[in-house]
Ligand binder design. Structure first.
Ligand SMILES: Nc1ncnc2c1ncn2[C@@H]1O[C@H](COP(=O)(O)OP(=O)(O)OP(=O)(O)O)[C@@H](O)[C@H]1O
Ligand SMILES: [Mg+2]
Length: 509
């Protein structure tokens, strides 16, 4: 007797339809899996047999062959436990073949027959929809994310025995109805109002959040660089449903999804001891790295010169393309990685350079070595440079100077992002920082005064092609914050000031 069940494999963040075939025949009892199974797939034999036995099916000793088709694609993970068990029960005559038609099954089994969650359920539901499969049966924990896909019925199951009763018609399937999706954000203990003084830096953070621009904060210790960067999530714009789908798909594939569906923008802050593989992705299982987990959110690199140069240089290509392709011996995977890079650093190894009260004791060589850790091309990708100084007594203790709260900054950022969403609808882009050259020419129109200013500043600053693009993108965001269709001279002037405050950018190279 043989049977077949549809299942789904994971390649990067995309699902691949897999057919699980089982043949049971007489002969010496054995269990063989073919079709390039990985270690976890080969081990499924033990889990499947125990689960079937513990669910009360008197499975006869027999020769079992499991084939996972297409046979030339490497199969990884524990996804196939459930479809293999069902195909075996069907081939042994415990289940009717019709109950398995037009359904996709994924799930890991425990020895007692419970169905455990898997990675990549959202990608699998999308695959079911693309393949025209009406229903997907998966673990309860994965139901919420899979239900984001319209047009596929999501059936959640707790255990193999319960699922078999439903398939035999003894019990009703309960299709999962998704809760209404609403964006949320985590305020935590941070708030922009807690950061005193630092007006330029806070304004720069607002512009960066509004347009998704990269930002480098530099200055002496204790000025509030880390504090400001960590307050960024409180002013980031609300997530849209499309963005939430993209982020959830990546987090799900990485097995990092907490609580169903992503509702707020990710803020990822790896330590400087992180390896290149953990930051950009890859490794034996070609998993997404921190830059992909930060997709459509913030990647914060605190003390950026302490990161190994290999890690920093590996960021260059994904920062340009918005995606990263990681390879391993016989397969590769492409992951989206459109993140906003926020970095913080001191200006010298002792940290006191730029300080009002403390003297820098670094030798010129030590200083040069420290600053050279950031390559020119990496600095060229930073849109906003902010040089922060220590906060003054007056700023810290002036009770009359009330600092603006994150909630009110967020309102402006959200208004600005709405203009951008309208501008880029149906392009797959969401904010000004991601504009391509064609869009820059189309949307970044300067008025007469701005044109005159740009002409005089362009040669003076020795602007490169990329420098021009990032100035115009930044000026577009500043104009959007003012709800101005044309870029005016004051918008352009502010954008130019962020590019190289105090010649700071050149200082660093
Ligand atoms: N502008 C500010 N307003 C209020 N408190 C501040 C400000 N700047 C710093 N502080 C206080 O100082 C602490 C340290 O600040 P923070 O860690 O952000 O400094 P930093 O610039 O990152 O320093 P380092 O270069 O050493 O990393 C904060 O947790 C906060 O309590
Ligand atoms: Mg710090």
């Amino acid at each position: 007797m043989n049977s077949r069940v549809l299942s789904c494999g994971l390649s990067g963040i995309s699902g691949r339809l897999i057919t699980v075939e089982v043949d049971i025949s007489g002969g010496i009892p054995s269990h063989e899996t073919v079709g390039l199974p990985g270690k976890a797939v080969s081990e499924s034999r033990e889990r499947v047999r125990a689960a079937i036995k513990n669910c009360g099916f008197p499975f006869p000793p027999s020769r079992v062959v499991v084939n996972l088709a297409p046979a030339d694609l490497k199969k990884e993970g524990t996804i196939y436990d459930l479809p293999v068990a069902l195909a075996m029960l069907c081939a042994a005559g415990f289940l009717k073949g019709e109950s398995l038609i037009n359904r996709m099954f994924v799930g890991e089994l425990s020895l007692s027959g419970e169905i455990r969650p898997v990675r990549g359920a959202l990608a699998m539901a999308i695959c079911a929809k693309e393949e025209g499969i009406a229903e997907i049966v998966l673990p309860k924990e994965n139901a919420e994310e899979a239900a984001l896909v319209k047009g596929v019925r999501v059936l959640a199951a707790d255990s193999l025995s319960e699922l078999c009763e439903c398939l035999a018609g003894k019990k009703e399937f309960q299709p999962h109805t998704p809760g209404e999706w609403q964006p949320s954000f985590e305020q935590g203990d941070s708030d922009m109002a807690l950061i005193r003084g630092q007006y330029t830096a806070k304004r720069a953070a607002e512009v960066a959040a509004a347009g998704g621009h990269n930002m480098l904060l530099a200055g002496p210790p204790g000025g509030g660089k880390t504090m400001l960067a960590r307050a960024l999530p409180t002013i980031l714009p609300d997530l849209t449903f499309e963005e939430a789908m993209e982020i959830t798909r990546i987090h799900s594939a990485a097995g990092k999804l907490k609580g169903g569906v992503v509702k707020s923008r990710p803020f990822v802050a790896p330590h400087h001891s992180a390896s290149a593989v953990s930051v950009v992705g890859g490794g034996a299982a070609a998993m997404p790295g921190e830059i992909s987990l930060a997709h459509l959110g913030v990647l914060f690199l605190d003390e950026i010169p302490e990161f190994p140069r290999t890690v920093l240089e590996a960021l260059r290509q994904p920062m340009e393309d918005g995606l990263i392709t990681v390879s391993r011996a016989n397969a590769g995977a492409t992951y989206p990685a459109r993140f906003m890079l926020v970095a913080a650093m001191n200006l010298c190894p002792c940290g006191n350079s730029g300080s009002k009260g403390r003297e820098c004791t670094c030798s010129p060589i030590a200083m040069a070595r420290y600053r050279h850790k950031l390559s020119g091309p990496l600095l060229d990708r930073m849109d906003i440079f902010v040089r922060m100084t220590e906060v003054s007594y007056d700023d810290l203790f002036d009770a009359s100077a009330s600092a603006e709260s994150s909630a009110s900054v967020r309102e402006r950022v959200n208004d600005c992002r709405r203009i951008q969403m309208e501008r880029f609808k149906d392009t797959g882009r969401y904010c000004n920082a991601h504009m391509n050259q064609k869009e820059i020419v189309r949307y970044c129109r300067l008025d007469k005064d701005a044109n005159a200013l740009y002409r005089s500043e362009f040669d003076l600053r020795g602007m490169s092609g990329r420098g021009n693009a990032r100035t115009l993108r930044l000026a577009r965001t500043i104009a959007d914050l003012e709800k101005s269709a044309l870029i005016k001279a004051e918008h352009l002037a502010e954008a130019l000031q962020y590019l190289a405050a105090d010649g700071f950018e050149r200082d660093l190279i």
